[in-house]
Structures are given as C-alpha cells and as structure tokens.
Design a protein around this ligand. Structure first.
Ligand SMILES: [Zn+2]
Ligand SMILES: [Zn+2]
Length: 353
C-alpha cells in the first residue's frame, strides 16, 4: 500500500482561472504533490496530460473537466468528470445524461460543491447541486475550498481580509454537505468523498491593490485528496492514471486538510474473521470486525456509524472498535489551528455488511 497526495479541481485561463497549466505544474512540484487533476469549465484541454519533471521531482498532471449547463438559469449542478476520453460539455443539458456519458466513456463523475452558498457582495450566486434524483455517479466533493470561502465574506472588507490571510478560511466541510453524504450512504449507496480546492489563482484589483489571491501554491498545501494505491507510481502516464482513477473510484482515499499539519500517514482499516478492508471497501460482519484508525499526530478523533458519532477521543493518536452490527463506518478528525477547531481528516467509509 502506498499513499499519494493529489490536489484536484482547479481552473486555468482556458476557463475562468488566472494561471496556466505550467503555473500549476510549477506550484505542484514546489508543494511535493504526486498528481493534480485540472478541471476547466466545459472544455477538455487534453494536451497537457502527462508527467512534468524538475530535477529529481515529478508530478503527474491529469486533465478532467467541470461540466455544467451554461444556458441554465439560475446556474446549478456542476459535475467533475475525470478520466473520460471524450468532450462532455455537449451532454450538459441533463445531469443524468451527463453522468451516463461520463460512465460510458470510462470516467468518474463527482458532484462538485454540493452546497455552494451565494456571496452577494461579490456577485456570486448559489451554484449548489439541485438534481438529487440522479444515479450512478461516483461520489461527491465533500470539501470545496471556494464554497467555504463564500460562507465567510459578508462584506468586501471580509473579502480583502481573507485575500491576505487565506489560511484563516477553512474550518470544515459545509455541514449540509456532510449531512447529505450520510443520507446518501445510508441509502445503501457507495458514495466516494473527495476534497477539491477549486483553485482559480484569480487576479484581484481593488483600487491600488493588485495581487493573485488564493494562488495555486496556497491551495496545494491545503485541502488534498490522499489516495491509497496498491503499488508505487511507475512513471508511465497511462499505467499511473489507471491506478489513480481505480483507487479513487473504489473510495480508497481520504480528504486531508494539510495546512494545520501533514495528514500523510492516516489509516482507517478493518480486520474481519476472513477478510480485511480499507476505506471504500465492503467487509462481512459475520464473526465480528475490528475497526482501527491511526493518525499521524494526536487529535480529536470521532468514529461515526450511519452518520452518528459512536466513539470519540481527545488528543488521541489511535482508535480501535469492535463492530458486531452492519453499518457505514467512517472517521472524522479535528484539531486546533490558528485559535480554532478545524476539520483535519475525513475518511471514506468502510461498509460493514
Ligand atoms: Zn463549479
Ligand atoms: Zn470549479
């Protein structure tokens, strides 16, 4: 088992971002990421897919797409598509048709920023997901860096403040999104959670002020998706791409907010009588199952079953729990950072059946 750190969901000048693919690669190399997934709005810019190296460091740049119906009023339903081998924007008119098209072209479909509030001061509307009747998608973006920013900027002054102190923005995923995820999971679905930065590297001009706010480099140190793969990356683009997307599709990953402290090394596993499981897997309850979580640093850890906290500990580095009932078990970890309690790690669930 090998853990890789991936930052996903970001925009370049091919849509509404302020930087280039080159800027992204440079920032990713600086931050030590293993891979990035670039997702411009309604355009698949495939040419940039591949490894980018600098000295002994390298990063895999993968290209996905964020698709939505540009004619819809109001704007809603943004979908992240990874690994699909065709342009998908033409299917945007109907969310289910779009999801089907992603799946038919061997791609992964994630509901982007499920709850994305309006920020009227900046003329940003609510672009939440509305069509919850859809089926057959891979998962949801549990924690989106930009949705959370929209919750903390009631005035322009707040906007300027957070532009200069971006590390104060993130607290935890939007609570409605966490609740929605638990609701979907207990409906007998596999729903993979990922963390996205929604990086735009926007240029801000306010009077005499001019700067890039939320540069790629900032995002790449913040909300990442940590993926567990069975073998180390090989350096071959197609092999590694397949390995990453297979693990992501299986939910072998967790959302880590790496700014308060590196989340690398977090593990959540299950040991049954005859089987073992990691995040995203199913395991039979028969004969009992022992769940174990291990943190890279002591913190507040909570174990949830079907959305309810069943065990918690403060300043703890490990947790063990013997399960005798079927359920959806997942872990949340919180720690203090810059004077506030913040979400640090959100695991994908282990499905005990
Ligand atoms: Zn979006
Ligand atoms: Zn986006």
């Amino acid at each position: 088992m090998k853990e890789i750190i991936v930052n996903l969901h970001m925009h370049t000048r091919y849509s509404d971002g302020g930087g280039s693919h080159h800027d992204i690669a440079e920032a990713a190399l600086k931050c030590g990421l293993d891979a990035v997934i670039v997702t411009d709005h309604n355009v698949l810019v495939k040419d940039f897919e591949g490894y980018v190296a600098s000295g002994r460091k390298k990063v895999l740049m993968l290209i996905g797409e964020e698709v939505h119906d540009q004619g819809r009023v109001p704007q809603k339903n943004h979908l992240l598509a990874f690994g699909a081998n065709q342009e998908l924007a033409t299917y945007a008119g109907n969310p289910q048709t779009l999801i089907n098209a992603v799946k038919e072209s061997d791609g992964l479909a994630f509901i982007a920023h499920p709850n994305d509030p309006a920020a009227p001061t900046f003329n940003e509307t609510d672009i939440s997901w509305e069509d919850w009747g859809v089926k057959n998608y891979t998962g949801i973006e549990l924690w989106n860096g930009l949705s959370e920013l929209k919750t903390v900027v009631p005035t322009k002054l707040h906007g300027v403040f957070y532009a200069y102190f971006p590390w104060l923005v993130a607290h935890h995923p939007v609570q409605d999104t966490l609740n929605k995820w638990d609701e979907l999971l207990t409906g007998n679905n596999h729903v993979v959670a990922i963390g996205g930065s929604d990086a735009h590297a926007m240029h801000l001009h306010l009077g005499p002020l001019s700067r890039i706010i939320y540069p790629y480099e900032f995002h790449f140190k913040a909300i990442n998706t940590h993926i567990i793969i069975s073998k180390p990356l090989t350096g071959d683009v197609n092999t590694d791409k397949r390995m990453i997307y297979e693990a992501l599709s299986a939910g072998h990953c967790f959302v880590g907010y790496d700014l308060p402290g590196p989340t690398r090394g977090f593990r959540f596993t299950a040991q049954g009588r005859e089987a073992t499981a990691i995040m995203g897997d199913e395991i039979p309850v028969r004969g009992g199952v022992t769940l174990q979580a291990h943190l890279p640093h002591p913190a507040e850890i909570r174990l949830l079953k079907d959305g309810e906290v069943i065990q918690k500990g403060m300043n703890q580095q490990a947790l063990a729990y013997i399960v005798t009932e079927p359920g959806i078990y997942r872990v949340e970890v919180y720690r203090n950072y810059l004077g506030l309690r913040r979400g640090w790690i959100f695991s994908n669930p282990i499905y005990v059946r």
